[in-house]
Design a protein around this ligand. Structure first.
Ligand code: SF4
Length: 510
């Protein structure tokens, strides 16, 4: 049974930094050539992965917590309009102002307008995926407003004019020597004697940021959760820079995707256990900031929230794909993904890399968005992401679903069938009959001729060439299993005996 969600029949897809500029295979091919990137990623992801496994194993009810997280998110998606209204009522009743943004450009315009109203031209920022998604920093720069990232890793990426490559550790692709070089090159007043010791680098960033915190009048943040029953927003972080942004400036503007809602404070308890363990491998995160509107004389006195759709309604309307909106951006799926580990985050093009990016980006932009249609294929379907996900998003199933949506969307567009169409039709014809498959298998030993003396097939024609680009195929055996089996059975019968297995095979017709 399908639920009517009150969605418009024509979905409004997302815009901003969700679209890849080139297809995943092309980008991945380039990134794979970067050995330093692979070494940095391998080291970082394995360290976080081991920590996560250790702290997760301490909780006897981890699986029940995952079930609870998944069930809460499912109920939020089913009641989203009602919960959003409840949240809006409570947030505005406590002095906050809500703004609704359909897409990236609407959200950018709203934020820039609010900053302009304050008369300021500089803002400090807490790490926020939503503002990366809409390309806020770039937009503000065009408007003459400078946005300073205060999360250490975000700061590194911003100073290097680079893009984040990981949800939790945006500079995961850089090592400490590279970071020292960036600080020396880009950070005003950096000590020329700066070493690559992590503590020294952190102190340099701290001194740089302290000046910004003490002068900024406006801050921009994201939010990890929003509680409908009280109109409260929550930011979870490790460094305390977020806390500075959320409390010191006079104006606080938060941009949050509509899916971040939770019904109540009680539900937050589940996620405060799931999130830190899954993301940083910690039992508890060091800083959790919660704010409910305005408190006179304490903290920001102008509090705004931009509620962002940007394709979320379209994703919600996809019955199979909507659970991608359960994501709490912990990054556990990325840290276990063999594809992400080798290609890094930039290959995915969008703000959201890794397994979650491979489903979320095409869901938000629509699978027909040309370059994003290759993302659901950026997976080996090994299932490690599903096992790691704290809210049990079945990423492999959604990947397969999106692949089928992609194939369907191509139908009728081409005049001639592609090599893949021909190959799939041939495979369907052969695999739907044991007899046909047996006949084809008889021809397989001919492949030994193609393999030559070293018994390896090194080049296949057409689209199959992709397979042999980086590996050889061993020569097929001299006879197929069926031939061997038939001969064995014949021999057994001639010797007067039938094995039990042989009889069963005859009965089932296999
Ligand atoms: S899909 Fe699951 S594992 Fe991946 S970032 Fe989202 S919540 Fe974490």
């Amino acid at each position: 049974m399908s639920t009517f969600l009150g969605m418009p029949s024509l979905p409004v897809f997302g815009s901003g930094n969700l679209h890849a500029a080139e297809s995943f295979p092309k980008a991945a091919h380039r990134e794979l050539g970067n050995a330093q990137l692979r070494a940095n990623l391998g080291h970082a992801t394995h360290t976080i992965r081991d920590k996560r496994l250790q702290v997760v194993s301490e909780l006897p009810d981890w699986e029940q917590l995952r079930d609870a997280g998944s069930a809460i998110k499912e109920s939020v998606m089913a009641r989203l309009p009602e919960l959003l209204e409840q949240f809006e009522q409570n947030f505005t009743a406590r002095g906050g102002v809500i703004h609704w943004a359909r897409d990236a450009s609407e959200a950018n315009e709203i934020v820039a307008g609010l900053i302009r109203d304050t008369g300021e031209t500089e803002v400090v920022k807490v790490k926020s995926m939503a503002t990366q998604e809409i390309g806020l920093n770039e937009y503000l720069e065009e408007q003459g407003i400078a946005a300073f990232e205060t999360d250490l890793a975000e700061l590194i990426v911003q100073l290097d004019h680079d893009k984040p490559s990981h949800i939790l550790v945006p500079a995961i692709h850089k090592n400490r020597t590279e970071i020292r070089d960036i600080f020396l090159r880009e950070m005003p007043g950096a000590d020329p004697e700066l070493t690559d010791n992590p503590a020294v680098l952190a102190m340099a960033a701290r001194a740089h940021l302290r000046r910004k915190f003490l002068t900024a009048k406006v801050a921009v943040s994201g939010a990890n959760f929003a509680l409908a029953d009280s109109g409260t927003l929550a930011v979870v972080e490790s460094e305390g820079n977020g806390r500075m942004c959320l409390t010191l400036p006079e104006t606080l503007i938060t941009v949050m995707g509509v899916e971040k809602l939770l019904p109540s404070w009680q539900d937050l308890e589940v996620f405060m256990q799931l999130l830190p363990r899954s993301s940083t491998g910690e039992r508890m995160n060091p800083y959790t900031s919660l704010w409910t509107g305005v408190t006179e004389g304490d903290g920001p006195q102008n509090v705004h929230l931009v509620l962002l759709d940007n394709g979320r309604s379209a994703a919600l309307a996809d019955e199979m794909g909507r659970s991608a909106l359960h994501c709490i951006r912990c990054s556990a799926c990325m840290n276990v993904c063999p594809v992400y580990e080798r290609t890094g985050g930039h290959a995915y093009g969008s703000t959201y890399p890794g397994p979650i990016g491979a489903i979320l980006s095409p869901l938000l932009t629509g699978i027909e968005s040309e370059e994003n249609s290759s993302l659901p294929y950026a997976s080996s379907l090994c299932g490690a992401c599903y096992d790691a996900c704290p809210v049990k998003i079945n990423i492999p199933d959604i990947l397969v679903h999106l692949r089928s949506v992609d194939v369907d969307s191509q139908r009728g567009k081409k005049k001639l069938p592609s090599q893949m169409d021909v190959g799939m039709s041939a495979a369907s014809w052969a695999l739907s009959s044991g007899k046909r498959l047996g006949l084809l298998e008889r021809g397989l030993p001919l492949g030994r001729l193609a393999a030559g003396r070293d018994k390896k097939i090194k080049k296949l024609p057409g689209i199959a060439a992709g397979w042999t680009q980086s590996r050889d195929i061993p020569a097929p055996p001299a006879q197929s299993f069926r031939n061997w089996w038939a001969k064995e059975r014949q021999g057994a019968e001639q010797h007067g005996g039938k094995t039990q297995d042989t009889t069963q095979n005859e009965e089932t017709g296999a």
